[in-house]
Design a binder for this molecule. Structure first.
Ligand SMILES: *Cc1c(COP(=O)(O)O)cnc(C)c1O
Length: 402
């Protein structure tokens, strides 16, 4: 039996059986051709079955698939860390690899907390955002602000003593630093776009102010760009606009091919772990960190991103989306939000989306709305007609009266 994610297994509708996939198309076992509006949880930025990534993985496979990084190293992981150090802004140069975004967030938080204990400081409080999502492991859930956590694991006050959550407003930010600034180890945020918390978008001025306050109060700034990295907001990384001390990447890192993630620290954080004292080392080591196939896929994915002028592609996706959604009215819609390669239609009542998944499928689109959010985060290689078809299906849903 497969235990599927985020689902009550007693009532789960049978998942759609996929036989093959190419570009932005999913081909089902029962003969349907679906345009994928989700990019397999926002990761498949080059589409499915990309021949260049396929070939790169195959040639690495003939050498070896995996060796551990405990006492061993290899060219793909070295090349990827060199590439990231050169490609990422500022002095974000020190790459700790892991197998998933959640684990990479855990590593970032461990870095921030131990950075402080290593220097004899007892700062242990973490500042985070309301509606944040940072993954499903325990500390990631704690810094997150996801109601599922409350359902299954108890009340916020009991379990979240070490985390302060604030909305994305500058006054709230300033108040939090005034109240807790000398006790904070770090501020962790999904920059500009909060994904799983409801595709919430906010202004860069908030992050600029956060950078200033972090500097003034000696607090580390962590950007969780597991979702926003690699162009999703229309910026290569939001870190290009405001520089964090620790950057977390995942999802699209390997072009959605193989689960892998990386926590990238700057010079200062790195140096906070250099010591004659062995207990100052970072004690973490996922079995599959730096997996050679994953690193090879990531290197090829970044190469495609660079040589394919992806920022231009994403700009076009945003422009077409704005054009198509322009003035689209419905009294069931609370707000339409668009940023880069993300569009979200928030309805006033989650029940207005009941049946949309099936409706979209009948019209050749795979969609996975959640709560009151209908959204599209498409592969960047999408053609205009394919994108328009997705947006037409979203609009058609509201045109049909029900
Ligand atoms: C998906 C996501 C994660 C968790 O990544 P996994 O690979 O699913 O563990 C963490 N942070 C953000 C912002 C995400 O969108």
């Amino acid at each position: 039996m497969i235990w599927y994610p985020y689902a009550q297994m007693q009532t789960l509708a049978p998942p759609i059986q996929i036989r093959s996939a190419r570009g932005v198309h999913l081909y089902t076992e029962d003969g349907r051709d679906l345009i994928d509006s989700v990019s397999s949880w926002w990761s498949v930025i080059h589409g499915y079955n990309n021949s260049e990534i396929n070939d790169a993985i195959k040639s690495q496979l003939d050498k070896f698939a995996h060796v551990m990084l405990g006492g061993l190293t290899h060219e793909p992981v070295q090349q990827l860390s060199d590439k990231l150090a050169a490609w990422l802004p500022g002095d974000l140069n020190y790459c700790f690899f892991s197998d998933s975004g959640s684990v990479a967030v855990e590593v970032a938080l461990k870095m921030a907390l131990q950075f402080n204990t290593n220097r004899g400081s007892d700062r242990s409080l973490i500042l985070a955002l309301e509606h944040a999502y940072h993954g499903d492991t325990f500390k990631a859930m704690e810094v997150g602000d996801d109601e599922d956590y409350y359902f299954a694991f108890g009340s916020s006050n009991e379990k979240k003593r070490g985390v302060v959550h604030i909305p994305t407003t500058i006054p709230a930010l300033e108040q939090a630093f005034a109240a807790y600034g000398d006790r904070l180890s770090c501020f962790i945020a999904e920059p500009l776009l909060q994904g799983a918390g409801g595709m919430r978008m906010y202004d860069i001025s908030f992050l600029e102010r956060a950078r200033q306050l972090c500097d003034a109060h000696d607090v580390l700034l962590i950007f969780d760009e597991v979702a926003t990295g690699f162009g999703r907001t229309g910026n290569r990384f939001v870190a290009d606009l405001v520089l964090p001390d620790i950057l977390v990447l995942g999802k699209a890192l390997t072009g959605g091919y193989i689960g892998h993630a990386v926590t990238v620290a700057n010079q200062r954080v790195w140096e906070g772990f250099l010591s004659d004292d062995p207990t100052h080392a970072l004690m973490h080591g996922p079995t599959f960190m730096g997996n050679a196939l994953a690193c090879t896929a990531a290197l090829k994915s970044i190469e495609l991103f660079e040589k394919g002028n992806y920022i231009e592609k994403i700009r076009r996706i945003e422009a077409v989306t704005r054009r198509e959604m322009q003035g689209f009215p419905s009294d069931k819609i609370r707000e339409i939000r668009i940023m880069g390669g993300c569009v979200c239609v928030e309805v006033t009542d989650a029940r207005y989306l009941d049946g949309f998944r099936e409706f979209a499928m009948e019209h050749g689109v795979f969609s996975r709305p959640f709560l009151q959010y209908m959204y599209a985060m498409v592969p960047y290689v999408i053609e205009e007609w394919e994108l328009v078809q997705i947006l037409d299906v979203m609009k058609a849903w509201f045109a049909v009266s029900r």
